[in-house]
Design a protein around this ligand. Structure first.
Ligand code: PHE
Length: 369
């Protein structure tokens, strides 16, 4: 190549390089540009390689021309780099800025289960009256669930269609005192084995509490109970709260006072409450407590089946035989007991007509409480 040809190439490279400057918009593209035109194997270096073929006199002229172009491009790059890096910084701070006018993030939060809400409300009423909270096992022996509660051996509640019996047997040996007193077989005089069961009510906790504590005893026991039952108002597992008040001089008047106060605290001060005679083996006299229908206020509707009243709990004066079973003298002490269904109260309180909704973990249902 001649000197003129190389100078022409340098000139056209200059024009190309200057033209390409306009398209540079980031530090990254600027770096690529530097490599392309000025780098070790860039366009300008390629041209300078052909310098060796020139006459020695021509070399400085061409070399100076190349250096001028290089210096010109480099100086343009320096100011361009400043502008670009300033712009990039600006972009970054803009991205970091908080726009306080944007709507906030909403966090998913949990809800208390309606049964838990009602159970806690019931507990708080009785805690204020001086009752303590007890718990007992879900798996019980026949002794606590029936026998100590004065159920005769042939009582229908013991039958398979009501009670879930489970595989194990309670040996009633001194080694398992939690299952109740040993009952020797009258013929062999050896302790008899009785089947274990899922408690059908929370009443066995009355026995457990009275065995451990001498009166005065004011206790409630919330917990799950199990029965062979399954429809829109009955579930094979549901919840009860048991109550027991044993002291000297406890009368049916105390029972009425406490349970009326309870019903009126849950459903409203003006609520009408009625006590009807009923039978449970472990109380005498026994009663069922009705409240005026929460929907029609006693006029009669679909919820109360037309008669204006809703049965809400079972209650009664603790049977002397039950007190004797736990070695409390029925001549010195009397007491009342009651048992209520938590689901029943929650259904009436919130107007829920299918008990299964409580156990289906459907968020659309649970989020409403
Ligand atoms: N345990 C009875 C039931 O489940 C209710 C009850 C408790 C009745 C205490 C009287 C006294 O039906």
């Amino acid at each position: 190549m001649t000197k003129e040809e190389i100078l022409a190439k340098i000139e056209s490279l200059r024009a190309n390089a200057v033209g390409a400057l306009d398209s540079l918009d980031s530090l990254h593209s600027l770096q690529e540009y530097k490599v392309q035109f000025l780098g070790k194997s860039g366009a300008l270096t390629e041209i300078l390689k052909s310098l060796g073929g020139l006459h020695p006199e021509d070399r400085p002229v061409v070399g100076q021309a190349a250096n001028r172009v290089k210096a010109e491009i480099e100086s343009k790059l320096v100011s361009l780099q400043e502008t670009i890096s300033l712009k990039e910084q600006q972009k970054q701070t803009e991205a970091k800025q908080v726009d306080i006018s944007l709507p906030g993030f909403s966090f998913a939060h949990g809800f208390r289960h309606p049964l838990r809400i009602v159970e806690e409300e019931i507990e708080s009423i009785f805690l204020k009256l001086g009752f303590s909270i007890y718990e007992g096992p879900d798996i019980e022996s026949d002794y606590y669930n029936f026998e100590a509660l004065n159920f005769p051996p042939d009582h229908p509640a013991r039958e398979m269609q009501d009670t879930f019996y489970i595989g194990g047997m309670a040996s009633h040996s001194p080694a398992s005192p939690s299952l109740g007193p040993a009952k020797p077989d009258p013929r062999s005089h050896k302790p008899v084995a009785l089947p274990l069961l899922l408690r059908t009510h929370t009443s066995p906790v009355q026995i457990r509490a009275m065995e451990k504590n001498k009166p005065p005893l004011y206790m409630i026991c919330p917990g799950a109970v199990y029965r062979h039952d399954d429809d829109v108002t009955h579930s094979p597992m549901f919840h009860q709260v048991e109550g027991l008040m044993v002291d000297t001089k406890i009368t049916f008047g105390d029972l009425k006072g406490v349970l009326t106060l309870f019903c009126q605290t849950i459903f409203g001060k003006k609520l009408k409450v009625r006590f009807r005679p009923s039978f449970f083996p472990f109380v005498e006299p026994g009663a069922e407590v009705d409240i005026a229908c929460v929907l029609c206020n006693g006029k009669g509707c679909r919820v109360c089946g037309g008669d204006g009243w809703l049965e809400i709990l079972g209650a009664g004066m603790v049977h002397p035989a039950v007190l004797e079973n736990v070695k409390i003298d029925p001549k010195k002490f009397t007491g009342f007991a009651f048992g209520l269904g938590v689901e029943r109260i929650a259904m009436l309180k919130y107007g829920i007509d299918d008990i299964r909704l409580f156990y289906q973990t459907d968020l659309r249902f649970l989020e409403q409480f």
